[in-house]
Structure formats: C-alpha cells, structure tokens
Design a protein around this ligand. Sequence first.
Ligand code: DUC
Ligand code: ZN
Ligand code: ZN
Length: 461
Amino acid sequence: MKTLIKNGMIVTSSDRYEADILVENGKVVLIGDSIKDAASEVVDAKGMYVLPGMVDQHTHVESPFGGTITAPWHTESVAAALGGTTTIVDFALQSRGESLRAGVEQWKQRAAGRSAIDYGFHIGVTDLRQEVIEEIPALVEEGVSTLKLFMAYKGDLMVEDATLYQTLDRAKSVGALVMVHAENGAIIDLLQKKCLENGQTEPYYHAVSRPIEVETEATSRAISIAEVVGAPLFIVHVSGEGPAQRIREARAKGLPVFAETCPHYLLLTEEELKRPGFEGAKFVCSPPLREEKHHDALWKALQDDTLQSIGSDHCAFSFKGQKELGKDDFTKIPNGGNGIEHRFSLLYTYGVAEGRLSLEKSVELLATNPAKVMGLYPEKGTIAVGCDADLLIFDPEAESTIQFETSHQGIDYDMFEGFPLKGRVKDVFLRGKQIVKDGAYIGSLGDGRYQKRKPYGLCYK
Ligand code: DUC
Ligand code: ZN
Ligand code: ZN
C-alpha cells in the first residue's frame, strides 16, 4: 500500500519546505516536488503543515498509583492519536519484592492489542537489590533503556541516595539513562504531617507541603550524584525556576543533564488548587503547580535549551471515586493530571501562535528530542527518507476550545477545560496507516507496536 501526501508544508526541527511525501510499507520512501505515483492513495495537504508524529516520553497509562489505577490503554492511546501523538514511552513500575522484568512484562501484557499508537516502556525502580541491579543489562537488550527513580514518596516509592548512585553506576555501564523524580521526600513527609496536625487537609496544602525549594534541592542533589558517578541524568517534570536554574548551571559546566517540563507547569497555577468543593483535587499532581512567575522561567528554559523536551506526564484519574479518595486528607489524593491528548495543540497555541517558540522548536521539543533522548531516533521524531511514516497533518487555521465533553481521555474532567486552541490535528498516519481522518479516529486498537529502544540516544553526543 502506497500513500502520497501532496502539497503540504513539511516542518521538522530543522527545516520548513513545501514538498510531496511518498509512503510505502510504513516508511517514507521519497520526498520531492510533484511526485507522481499512479498506485498511491493521494492525500492533499495544501495549506496544511505536515509534521512528524509527536513522541510523548512521559505517560502513566493503566498504572496502579496512589492506591488506584490510571485511565486505560484503549481510551488514552486513542486520545493520544487524536492529538497527533504516535509514540509514547510509558512508565512500567517494579512492585516491591518483584523483579524489574516482571514490571515490564505486566505493562507489555496490558498494552498488547489495546494500543492505537506505538509504545515503549521505562522501568520505575522501587526496590533495588543486588539481583535487581544485575537485571539492568538484560532490560537494555530488550529495549528498556531508561530507568526512573523517585526521590519523593517516602515509605513507598522513594529511594535512598545510595540506591540512586548504584543505579546510575550500573546503568552507565550499559548505556541506560536514569530519570529522576526530584523532590526531597523526607522534607515533604515532615511538612505533610505538620499540615495535617494543624487540620490543613484541603487540596491546596498539597502545594504548601511541597514548596519549590524541595524540588530545587533534590534536583541539585541528583545532579551532584550523577556527576560523582560520571553518568548522564534526565530530570522529569521540572516545575519552575529554581530547578531549571540548577539544570542550566549543570549544562553550562558540560554535564550530560537532560530535562523536561510539562504543559500544566507552563499554563496552570497553584491557584487552581483553591477551587471550592474539593475541585482543587483535580489539579493535584507532583511536583505541584506553582505561582504564575514560574511560567516565564520555564518558557525561557525551553528557549535557551535548559529543557530539551515537553512530556505530558499524563497520569489521569477521575474526580469521582479516585480524586475523592483524598476528600478528608490531601495526602490521599492520587497525584496526577491529564495531557496526552492536547499536548501538541496547547504548545502550538500558547508556544507557537503566541510567539514564544517557532514551529520548528516545538517539533524539536515534542517529537525530535524525545525520540533522540529515548533512543527512538531516527525511526521516530523526524521526517526523512527511511524513517517510519508517522505523520501528522495539521490545519493551522482551525480554532476550538478544550471541553471535557469533546475530549477522549477516559476520565470525568479535563485540567485544561475552557482553554481556547488554535489549529487542529486533521490527519494522523502511524507507520503509513491512516489512524485519524479529518479529526476522527479510524484506526484499530492493536495498531500500536512495542518499540525496542536503543541505549542513550542524544546522550551519546
Ligand atoms: N510523578 C510522575 O512522574 N507522575 C505522576 C505522579 C508523580 O509523582
Ligand atoms: Zn514523578
Ligand atoms: Zn509521571
């Protein structure tokens, strides 16, 4: 099956030009002017941007977390597809007492035959024993080339500094990249207890008990430990100025430190947590939303390459029955929000259309760099002859507003409710197969394939 996409404006992280794209057997086989191929199905992209399928390196789909489970593959992968994302790297989690491999196997089984888009897995390490350390090389061979450690969630997911050191050391020897959730779990634990002792149980105290200084400190500590080991490091979900500045300084020293932020840290503030009627719980995620002044700091950090990518940290719980678990105690509210569906459109609207980022830069942040850092490049993350035909046709003229009723994520609210959007994801191709047509999902669950990821990616540079 051949497909010819004609007359579109192709935009990659480095180029912008009008050309036709010929797709065959799931790959881009030719890019050029006025391509003629009688055997092809023709799609006219006149007046549209043709972009690489977006890569979201930070999702939690159908994941046990905070005493409940996030929204499932069959809804979240379709929502991602409709938003122009063709590959996610999802967080598998090790259970205490179990192997890393068992965690990855569980996640593979859940996704198999139920994903609309391609997927890979990180493994979240929670229980590092000697035999677990010894699993790392085999996992890298299987394409799980990133590990995540939590410096927060004392008594549950949190690991000690020695564990971080040991993991970095073993990972480095086989080209795996360690990712950290950088917040000081011990101090958060103290501050949470203090709030509860004072009767401060509402969602806003989630933010009070996790001030940005605990993130700044843990970011600094993780960077120092990685420096001692001589290993690269990836810092997830950077929420504001302090941690961004520590990362900037590390990179200026030449350290291989990489980092992301997320749409909610760029566009929402901690004021949301004060919504009446426990509605603030919808905005409880970790690190917490910050004061508005941090938005500018994060846009600047994206512009000056302190942060290399924007992941959604999609970790979606419904308000009813899930967020409500913390009705009388904010520490019991499951941490996480949504973003898998509208990540690209939000960044196009508030980044590109508002003049903060060029379209090329946003492709870099949402597709090319995630693919590079996650070891998926060049098959994913760009448009070039030989790469996977993961393509997104984007209509820059359309306008809409985010509404829970018209969103596809499997939860009962949307954190970005009421946000106006510019542009629209019109068509999406996954390895040459059209899965979104004129804004409607036409693919099948099971189109998505597991992606074996290469070690290191961008970190090699
Ligand atoms: N960390 C994440 O990366 N996602 C959800 C919650 C969290 O703490
Ligand atoms: Zn985290
Ligand atoms: Zn996350």
